[in-house]
Design a protein around this ligand. Structure first.
Ligand code: SAM
Length: 358
């Protein structure tokens, strides 16, 4: 049995097109086999991306959203949420503080909020680049020209999760969006030279192990530079408020398999995972993850970016305190990266193009 698991792990690591059945099998494996999977992922992580853990400071600059995603607390129909928007000065102050705290990358994330036009975002990108920071944008679906404009302004990366690779489930969860458009945005971002992050939720209502295997195969096909994989957590005042959450165990298996399929990718230990399991962050870092995303959004805004409940409580407990992050990182025998952690795949191309590796 264990030999069988080892063979599957080997095939997944080495085959260009891994088998969906093997992925489904590993996602359903017993805890003893999962231990072997996690060990293989941890060893691949060490070999391909090393022992450094990258800190990506996330600024959630607006919780306004024009979308109706059925799982998300920011959905426009949620009138129970106090909405906010941060100004340029506030974003700058938050980024400066994060940079002084060791973050080399700032992730600017928001709901889909067209209040911020292309120029406003471009100005924010330029401002952060002047601080010597790498910049990831995560503002949802926007026209390709805007993605291009922001790339020209200096944005290094774009994070747009595909959420689920099952097109039927995707359309059920996103009544006002299409799966094809999501993939079109990801393809456009790639073509523009962004380091692209995508990812999915684990444990969505109606999602099967086959769907999760498709998520992994899609991430491989897109050859993403970053994959954010976290559990679905039911959020009050949404149509899925009473659904069951995803499990930590399945999320960890997904992270481990993502590491084997995409050895050089950056994989965050997500806040969502540590919201459902207090040891989730540490466990993820031990089965393939190499990124922590401290929330550096100032209060009181942070409290209102409530995509699911208790998110800010978890962040306060863990990720945004430099001391706690260092204690965690050192307890694992690892270190906090001193570089921005650009994708190892893209480093060479960027140097050839004469871009500064800020
Ligand atoms: N608007 C941007 C976009 O579309 O990419 C980013 C903002 S969106 C709130 C950020 C992420 O939150 C989504 O990609 C989704 O995976 C996650 N999210 C939203 N609701 C969630 C929930 N109930 N449980 C877990 N993750 C959730």
């Amino acid at each position: 049995m264990n030999q069988n698991i080892q063979q599957m792990i080997h095939k997944i690591r080495t085959q260009q097109k891994p088998s969906k059945d093997d992925l489904v099998h590993l996602l359903g494996c017993e805890p003893s086999s999962a231990t072997a999977l996690f060990a293989a992922a941890d060893s691949a992580r060490r070999r391909y991306v090393g022992d450094e853990i990258h800190l990506r400071g996330i600024i959630e600059f607006s919780n306004h959203c024009r979308r109706s995603c059925r799982y998300c607390g920011l959905r426009k129909e949620n009138t129970n949420l106090k909405r906010y928007r941060m100004g340029g000065e506030e974003i700058y102050e938050a980024a400066l503080a994060a940079s002084r705290n060791g973050c080399k990358t700032i992730v600017l994330q928001s709901g889909e909020d067209s209040y911020y036009d292309a120029d406003t975002i471009a100005r924010a990108v330029k401002m952060l680049k002047k601080l010597g920071l790498a910049v990831t944008l995560s503002c949802g679906e926007r026209p390709e020209e805007e993605y291009k404009y922001w790339r020209q302004a200096g944005a290094d990366r774009y994070l747009l999760k595909h959420e689920t690779a099952n097109p039927v489930l995707y359309s059920q969860l996103h009544p006002d969006m299409t799966y094809n458009n999501r993939l079109g945005c990801l393809t456009a971002l790639k073509a523009l030279g962004y380091q692209v992050g995508s990812g999915c939720m684990v444990g969505l209502p109606g999602q099967t192990a086959k769907d999760l295997a498709e998520d992994l195969l899609l991430l491989k096909e897109l050859d993403v530079e970053m994959a954010g994989i976290g559990p679905f957590i039911p959020s009050p005042h949404t149509p899925l408020a009473d659904a069951s959450p995803g499990t930590a165990e399945m999320t960890l298996k997904m992270i481990a398999l993502a590491r084997l399929l995409l050895p050089q990718a950056h994989l965050p230990a997500t806040t969502a995972l540590s919201t459902i399991d207090p040891l989730g962050r540490k466990k993820a870092l031990q089965c393939g993850a190499n990124v922590i995303m401290p929330n550096v959004t100032p209060q009181p805004y942070r409290h209102f970016y409530e995509i699911y409940p208790n998110k800010d409580r978890e962040e306060a407990r863990h990720a945004d305190c430099r001391q706690q992050v260092e204690t965690l990182v050192h307890s694992l025998g690892r270190s906090v990266a001193k570089t921005p952690g650009h994708s190892p795949k893209q480093q060479f191309t960027r140097e050839r193009q004469g871009e500064s590796i800020a």
